[in-house]
Design a protein around this ligand. Structure first.
Ligand code: GDP
Ligand code: IMO
Ligand code: MG
Length: 431
């Protein structure tokens, strides 16, 4: 099994890359997260955002699995399936849903809203999709799972959980009208029963035994990981490599390549520390040129220069075996490009390690300046075609991080993708 995941704060371009490399795999599987994800695919003038369906969806021969580690909103899933059907994509034979995936019920969303309201200025900036409350129920052992929808006592258990949530909501002084959302939820349950609900850990291990190639598709990014991200401004799952094992039931022994994706700069949506954030015209330029607006919520993304200490940390936690650098085209117009190589701590020392707190009052980024390439990137056939200033930028990152950049993305379309060495990309032996 190969794992592809984001090394920053999400939205690195995972959807684009999974769609691009999917033909080399027989199964694409989501292992964590839920409808907080927004993965954009762009090809043949189609631009499509997937939230819960794995990004292999547009390849009819690929099996797409929603794993046990996911928290699933069935109404959103139904809408996603219907919008794919309108594009001529029939998923009835190649979408498989783990019985052990947790359900997001309408009151989870309400609890997410209420909890953010209560936090006020300290809010996480959640996507309000009910992610935190659904994972909280999972860990508290009070959640409902996909497999429960076919059990005779499902409605009874659903109403018991809903009643508990409504009590909590009263406590939080938020009493939403969930009637419509509940109707949609119950309709979606009937709809989803047409799709195979599977014992996904057997499903995927049987595929491995058959020799199928599996691609695990991460959601969010490593710095939003519940354990290693900028806690508490994180999501509620393990977005890092170990999450793929627990979120699919695949043992670490089977993990081969770990493909780490990062933007040539940084973005973040929601609250939380972001040392290299730019509040000036340059940040605004990155946002406009890079169309940095959330694929799920439409919120403007915060933008800043590439943060090497954070990238090195994510590469270490995930043992990324190869890197993919995204959105190089966005930097094409810049005369000067910066990379943060170290943080300066309050006592004046320099470090390239992530301190316990990433708060900007605790760390000051130290930058190295690079000359921009200032030419458009088009029709690139090999890494040898790159403008020297871009080659220099890439080489610097590779040397600092110690992992090769095997793919460069220079546009949102599938075509705007440059692969260093296809045979090494998927079966490399770098380390
Ligand atoms: P994901 O959540 O990691 O799948 O990323 P998103 O889809 O949320 O955000 C990435 C955005 O960048 C999407 O709008 C993509 O279409 C776009 N994108 C991906 N790669 C590139 C690239 O190389 N250049 C440009 N300009 N846009 C890209
Ligand atoms: P993809 O898969 C970027 C952020 C939210 C918020 C925090 C917690 O498209 O990269 P949550 O709703 O999970 O409780 O929100 O995490 N966040 C994302 N940011 N990309 C995502 O997914 C994200 N999913 C959640 O903005 O700061
Ligand atoms: Mg996204």
């Amino acid at each position: 099994m190969d794992i592809l995941l984001g090394l920053q704060w999400g939205d690195e371009g995972k959807g684009k890359v999974v769609d691009f490399i999917a033909p080399d795999y027989q199964v694409v599987a989501r292992f964590q997260g839920g409808p907080n994800a927004g993965h954009t695919l762009h090809f043949n003038d189609i631009k499509h955002v997937l939230h819960q369906i794995p990004s292999g969806a547009f390849h009819p021969e690929i099996k797409n699995l929603i794993g046990n580690g996911v928290v699933l909103d069935l109404h959103t899933l139904k809408n996603e399936i219907l919008s794919l059907t309108r594009l001529g994509v029939d998923l009835t034979r190649n979408l498989f849903i783990s019985k052990k995936a947790q359900l997001i019920i309408p009151t989870h969303r309400a609890l997410d809203i209420a909890s953010e309201k209560q936090k006020g200025a300290h809010k996480i900036g959640s996507t309000l999709r009910g992610i935190g409350p659904a994972y909280a129920d999972k860990v508290a052992r009070t959640g409902l799972r996909v497999g429960d929808i076919v059990q005779p006592d499902f409605l009874e258990r659903y109403h018991a959980l809903k009643t508990k949530h409504l009590q909590q909501l009263r406590h939080l002084e938020y009493e939403p009208d969930i009637k419509e959302a509940e109707e949609q939820f119950l309709e979606a349950i009937a709809f989803i029963k047409q799709y195979p609900l599977v014992d996904s850990e057997y499903f995927i291990n049987d595929e491995i035994k058959k020799g199928s190639r599996i691609l695990a598709e991460g959601a969010q990014g490593s710095l939003l990981d519940i354990d290693f991200g900028s806690y508490p401004f994180v999501t509620s799952s393990n977005t890092t490599v170990a999450g793929a094992c627990t979120g699919l039931g695949v043992a670490p022994h089977h993990v081969q390549q770990v493909m780490g994706i990062f933007k040539a700069y940084c973005t973040r949506v929601g609250s939380g520390p972001f040392p290299t954030e730019l509040f000036d015209e340059t940040g605004e330029r990155l946002r406009q040129i890079g169309h940095e607006f959330g694929a799920t919520t439409g919120r403007p993304r915060r933008c800043g220069w590439l943060d090497l200490p954070a990238l090195k940390y994510a590469v270490m936690i995930n043992h990324a075996t190869q890197l993919f650098m995204m959105k190089a085209d966005v930097l094409s117009e810049f005369e000067e490009i910066k990379i943060c190589t170290h943080y300066k701590l309050p006592d004046g020392t320099l470090t390239d390690r992530l301190p316990y707190s990433l708060n900007v009052t605790q760390v000051t980024p130290v930058y190295k300046s690079f000359q921009g390439w200032q030419c458009q990137l088009s029709n690139l056939k090999s890494f040898e075609d790159l403008p020297p200033a871009l080659s220099n930028y890439i080489q610097f990152i590779e040397q600092e991080v110690g992992v090769p950049i095997m793919m460069l993305s220079y546009g949102s379309d599938r075509q705007h993708t440059l692969v260093r060495n296809k045979s090494k990309l998927l079966h490399p032996n770098h380390r």
